[in-house]
Design a protein around this ligand. Structure first.
Ligand code: 13P
Length: 253
């Protein structure tokens, strides 16, 4: 079975004391996960080492950064390189989150560069895509998201693209409490898998995990994750609440 992933995206939340408490709560009684089930904590940069220490010794628990630079190293004040993340033992990096695209003007082209450099340093990109409300209302979401994938990922080889995790996050569902229905998520995920299959073949497409993000909660995760092309979730708000996130981990197939 494809990897099924519960990924927590803390965004810019929590003090270090709160971060430690949340990780302690979740890791005191870590879940017994099957080999294909994984839990990833995408924490703010200052907490990466803390999170890495906390998850060490817990099989199938990993740490992610929420971004990395498209540059290798050098005079880029305020940036964090993929190499730095690798040197901390970080395994994943969230790239192209809609908040980065919107507030930090990240384009599909820059994201292609970030994907490349992440792979160069053995980080697994969790590549985010998703349409805004006006595109969904116009009914053109499939082609909109397809372009995001094509422009940032389709230069990769078949071997490389299998190292990517995709997260479909419709912007209108992020932080709004307005979740896509499980059927809407499935419809888009199946479309993305078809786009991947057209480019790379069915076997490659079938190996790539596609997560859903946007108002996933303990109460709706099971329904959404039960869909055949939904391989877990990228979770914002509910990942800050230990009980809720524990329920989301339990909902993995
Ligand atoms: P919410 O779960 O808060 O809607 O956020 C989703 C998200 O942006 C995860 O990356």
């Amino acid at each position: 079975m494809r990897n099924q992933i519960a990924a927590a995206n803390w965004k810019m939340n929590l003090t270090i004391t709160q971060a430690e408490e949340l990780l302690n709560n979740l890791l005191q009684q870590p879940k017994q996960l099957s080999g294909h089930q994984k839990v990833v904590f995408a924490v703010p940069f200052p907490y990466l080492s803390l999170a890495k220490n906390k998850v060490s010794g817990h099989a199938n628990y990993f740490v992610a950064a929420q971004n990395c630079s498209n540059k290798k190293s050098g005079a880029y004040t305020g940036e964090t390189s993929a190499e730095m993340l690798q040197s901390l033992g970080v395994e994943y990096v969230v790239l192209g989150h809609s908040e980065r695209r919107e507030y930090f003007s990240e384009s599909n082209v820059v994201l292609a560069e970030k994907v490349n450099i992440a792979l160069d340093y053995s980080l697994t990109p969790i590549f985010c895509c998703g349409e805004p409300l006006n595109i969904r209302e116009a009914g053109t979401q499939n082609s909109y998201v397809e372009v995001q994938l094509k422009e940032s990922l389709f230069h990769l080889s078949a071997e490389q693209i299998q190292k990517i995790v995709i997260a479909y996050e419709p912007i209108w569902a992020i932080g709004t409490g307005k979740t896509a229905t499980a059927d809407q998520a499935q419809e888009m995920h199946a479309h993305l898998r078809k786009v991947l299959a057209d480019q790379y073949g069915k076997e490659v497409a079938d190996a790539i995990s596609i997560l859903y993000g946007g108002s996933v909660k303990g109460s709706n995760a099971k329904d959404i994750f039960s869909k055949p092309d939904v391989d877990g979730g990228l979770v914002g708000g509910a990942s800050l609440i230990a009980g809720d996130f524990a329920q989301i981990i339990d909902a993995l197939k």
